[in-house]
Design a protein around this ligand. Structure first.
Ligand code: SF4
Ligand code: SF4
Length: 309
């Protein structure tokens, strides 16, 4: 089965991957990030980002990595964009707060009203440590408590703290609304932690997750599950309709997954420099869809902001 064609609508979100360096090496990581990766966006490209946001009047800058906070220009980028009317999201692994030299990050993010979207694949230690590494769960809990103390996840502060669930194996996420209630109850009962929203995200069968599935002989089965669970209602809201993704070299893609698969965006605009210098509208252009796209439409659907249905 081929994935149906998808056309781009109005651009609202710029998702920027600042580089692949990370203090963790999670099993499911679709960018193969880790401490030994040295790819980082250069300063010249980072400086173009606020200009693009202003030119296209974008609603959101979504900063990702690796651990994007490891980029030397991370804070300067946020300081510049916080002067523009645009939401800033930091895709944060939470453990970065305990790395040397990053101790004041939570305060910095709060002062700049940055939305934190943080991975927490379970409210149980065993499951989190299995997927993300030993000791990660306890650090995440400490980080979430610290963020709550700063006002994150609390009503009336405007500081959003979103958690991300992704399955710890080759299956689809459960219902997002029900899982959010369960997370809320468990995290409050055990740790008095509060958060804004829970996003369920389907694991894409690419990069490190695909390698693990292949090793276990489950890659074909998982791809079949994604196709067999195709839900056409999700096609109208797949995130590539309103988002573009930028890699550390300044190339643009329809989404972070296409970036990892090296599937270029169609048309003449190929880089962030082109976005600034060319005046061709991206609206109505075709998206480079392939079989991995079934990961976005399976079941209740999946995007960087959780389920689609
Ligand atoms: S999933 Fe996130 S935290 Fe884990 S290795 Fe990849 S980039 Fe780092
Ligand atoms: S994988 Fe990317 S291109 Fe494919 S449907 Fe999902 S967001 Fe769109």
């Amino acid at each position: 089965m081929d994935f149906p064609s998808v056309k781009r609508e109005q651009l609202k979100i710029l998702q920027v991957n600042l580089g692949y360096k990370c203090n963790q090496t999670c099993e499911h990581c679709h960018v193969n990030a880790g401490p030994n990766r040295n790819e980082m966006m250069n300063k010249k490209h980072v400086e173009l980002i606020p200009k693009i946001i202003e030119k296209y009047k974008l609603e959101c800058l979504d900063i990702t990595g690796g651990a994007p906070e490891l980029h030397p220009e991370f804070k300067s980028l946020i300081t510049q964009v916080s002067n523009i009317d645009c939401e800033i999201i930091d895709r944060c692994n939470l453990t970065i707060f305990f790395e040397k030299g990053h101790e004041n990050l939570p305060q910095f993010l709060a002062e700049n009203k940055v939305t934190i979207t943080a991975s927490l694949p379970c409210y149980e230690q065993e499951n989190v440590d299995k997927q993300r590494g030993n000791g990660v769960f306890q650090k995440c809990i400490r980080a979430l408590k610290l963020l709550n103390r700063l006002g994150y996840g609390m009503n009336g502060t405007g500081l959003k703290l979103n958690l991300v669930y992704n399955p710890i194996g080759p299956f689809l996420p459960p219902n997002q609304v029900r899982l959010e209630s369960k997370y809320r109850a468990e995290l409050y009962k055990k740790f008095k932690i509060r958060f804004s929203n829970l996003y369920t995200i389907t694991n894409m069968p690419i990069q490190r997750f695909a390698i693990h599935l292949k090793k276990d002989g489950k890659l074909d089965e998982y791809n079949y599950l994604l196709q067999a669970s195709y839900n056409s209602h999700n096609l109208s809201t797949v995130m590539c309709r309103s988002l573009i993704s930028v890699d550390w070299q300044g190339n643009i893609y329809d989404c972070d997954f296409n970036q990892q698969l090296n599937l270029p965006i169609k048309g003449t605009i190929k880089t962030i420099n082109d976005l600034l210098t060319q005046n061709i509208s991206l609206t109505g252009s075709s998206i480079n869809v392939k079989t991995h796209c079934f990961g976005c439409t399976a079941g209740t659907g999946s995007s960087c902001s959780g389920s689609l249905t």
